[in-house]
Design a protein around this ligand. Structure first.
Ligand SMILES: NC(=O)c1ccc[n+]([C@@H]2O[C@H](COP(=O)([O-])OP(=O)(O)OC[C@H]3O[C@@H](n4cnc5c(N)ncnc54)[C@H](OP(=O)(O)O)[C@@H]3O)[C@@H](O)[C@H]2O)c1
Length: 178
């Protein structure tokens, strides 16, 4: 099971308002997100999942919540990141794409093999932040593509793809359980 993570963040690591929602409108990034998630199993925090109601087409959401009674008509509900990985594996997925929000990025980062980041050219006010992904993990840069601001996109942005250099110490011991 390959674990990927996709996020857009401002220069000050902001990914969301902190009150629900994203404090920018960047169609280029929205298109990237839709293309990236096409037909995939997605891991989402309960808050982000509820914000995205009506957005899903061919994606399979796996909702992370501490609520043992949480129900959804669309996708699966889990109470642990490991359970999300095993659920996706049982359903035959080759990849689980972690799509936020802040607390789920934090919880799933130790399991993540590849990061797909959109680095926005600006510091933007907000209360939800991406974790410090460089702190305990070494990454190799796979690709980087920069785009200036334009009529449609208020900020310039860089699409950055990073691959983990060394497998997570969590993964081998956890994976044999899957
Ligand atoms: N810029 C981006 O790329 C991007 C992407 C996604 C989201 N966002 C933004 O991020 C913000 C939301 O982030 P958030 O951190 O407030 O909410 P979130 O991560 O979407 O959801 C939080 C909820 O997920 C559940 N959860 C989190 N960690 C868990 C764990 N370890 N085990 C079990 N359940 C867990 C809990 O649900 P229960 O309360 O039900 O127990 C928690 O309240 C929004 O502003 C959203 O727009 C930005």
């Amino acid at each position: 099971m390959h674990i990927t993570m996709i996020s857009a963040m401002a220069q000050n690591w902001v990914i969301g308002t902190g009150k629900g929602g994203i404090p920018w409108h960047l169609p280029r990034d929205t298109r990237r997100f839709r293309e990236f998630t096409d037909e995939k199993f997605l891991l989402l925090g309960r808050r982000t999942f509820e914000e995205m109601t009506g957005w899903f087409t061919n994606q399979t959401p796996i909702v992370l919540t501490r609520d043992p009674d949480y129900k959804t008509d669309h996708g699966f509900v889990v109470n642990k990141v490991e359970e999300a990985i095993s659920t996706a594996a049982e359903k035959g997925a080759g990849e689980l794409a972690v799509c936020g929000g802040a607390s789920v990025y934090d919880a799933a980062l130790p399991y993540t093999d590849e990061l797909f980041l959109t680095l926005i050219d600006g510091a933007i006010e907000g209360g939800a932040h991406f974790p410090d992904y460089d702190k305990d993990i070494e990454w190799k840069e796979i690709s980087r593509e920069a785009f200036p601001a334009d009529e449609e996109n208020e900020y310039g942005m860089t699409f950055l793809q990073l691959r983990r250099l060394h497998p997570s110490s969590l993964r081998p011991s956890r994976l044999h359980l899957l």
